[in-house]
Ligand binder design. Structure first.
Ligand SMILES: [Zn+2]
Ligand SMILES: [Zn+2]
Length: 285
């Protein structure tokens, strides 16, 4: 079985998966922590090569460190959805990633670093159904849009292991999974349903860690769907009762901005995401 190690820094997490046939990274955290991540990988792997950097989506807190890792491991192939690569090549998107990364870096007291967003790219673009061979293991790409259009998961049938995209949601407490839909509500439910139908036995959840066991995975997915629907319904009810967008954002903050969430996301970033979610949810019945 592949060993999974959580690296990076809180909010800019990355997972190193390895066994005696391969070692590869899932996501790469922020750009400002990319150098540190590369060192962490070297510490874990010693002289062994890193085969690939699988990206779940194009956001700066997931793709930001990819080029730093690649600087140390030039043979590691950066793999991302075709649409993520389109995002990486847009000047406006690069600017936004630089700004968000720099804001986060300052909050964490990191002032000197090279963000490398200008050269960020995927070496291989993938689409739904493509396979990625890593050592002895075959992963199938699952397009799981909802958080972004470029969100993907990587499914290993052999272990019934899903390397998930953020679209499924992120646990906010024992009982609550925080929805992360930014681009589509129904799209998100479809992505959750698609994963649930696979009956995964292990899920690596971005910003969280490993969910282990068939029942625990089913429970996570049930909660993810429940809270995705619950938040949608509460926002529609509040809006129907004449509440403002700001009040709707506050509803989401109260539901999902828990101490656990605060560890990985500043409240400003949460509120910014919520400000995209509210109009998106109101557009979908
Ligand atoms: Zn994201
Ligand atoms: Zn994220």
């Amino acid at each position: 079985m592949l060993t999974v190690q959580k690296l990076g820094i809180p909010g800019g997490d990355a997972f190193l998966l390895s066994d005696n046939t391969t070692a590869f990274l899932l996501d790469s955290g922020f750009a400002f922590s990319g150098g540190k991540l590369a060192e962490q990988i070297r510490e874990k792997l010693g002289d062994r090569p890193l085969d690939a950097i699988l990206l779940t989506h194009s956001h700066y807190d997931h793709a930001g460190g990819a080029m730093h890792v690649k600087s140390l491991y030039p043979n590691a192939e950066i793999i991302a959805h075709e649409y993520a690569e389109k995002v990486f090549q847009k000047d406006g998107a690069k600017r936004t990633m630089k700004e968000l990364d720099s804001t986060e870096a300052h909050i964490r007291g990191v002032l000197e670093y090279d963000d490398l967003f200008d050269i960020l790219h995927a070496d291989r673009v993938v689409l739904d159904g493509d396979t990625v061979q890593l050592g002895a293991h075959t992963f199938t790409v699952l397009h799981l849009p909802g958080h972004t259009r470029c969100s993907v998961g990587y499914w290993c049938e052999e272990y019934r292991l899903l390397l998930a995209s953020e679209t499924l949601g992120v646990p906010a407490s024992e009982d609550v999974v925080s929805p992360t839909y930014l681009v589509g509500y129904q799209m998100t439910l479809d992505s959750i349903d698609r994963v649930a139908a696979l009956s995964p036995e292990h899920i690596v959840v971005p910003h969280n860690g490993c969910v282990i066991g068939k029942d625990a995975c089913a429970d996570f997915l049930t909660k993810a769907r429940h809270w995705a629907v619950e938040a949608h319904d509460r926002i529609h009810a509040a809006h129907g009762a004449g509440e403002t967008d700001a009040a709707c954002i506050e509803i989401l903050r109260r539901l999902f901005y828990t101490p656990k969430t605060a560890l990985v996301q500043p409240v400003k970033a949460f509120e910014l995401n919520a400000s995209y979610m509210v109009p998106m949810l109101l557009k979908e019945p």
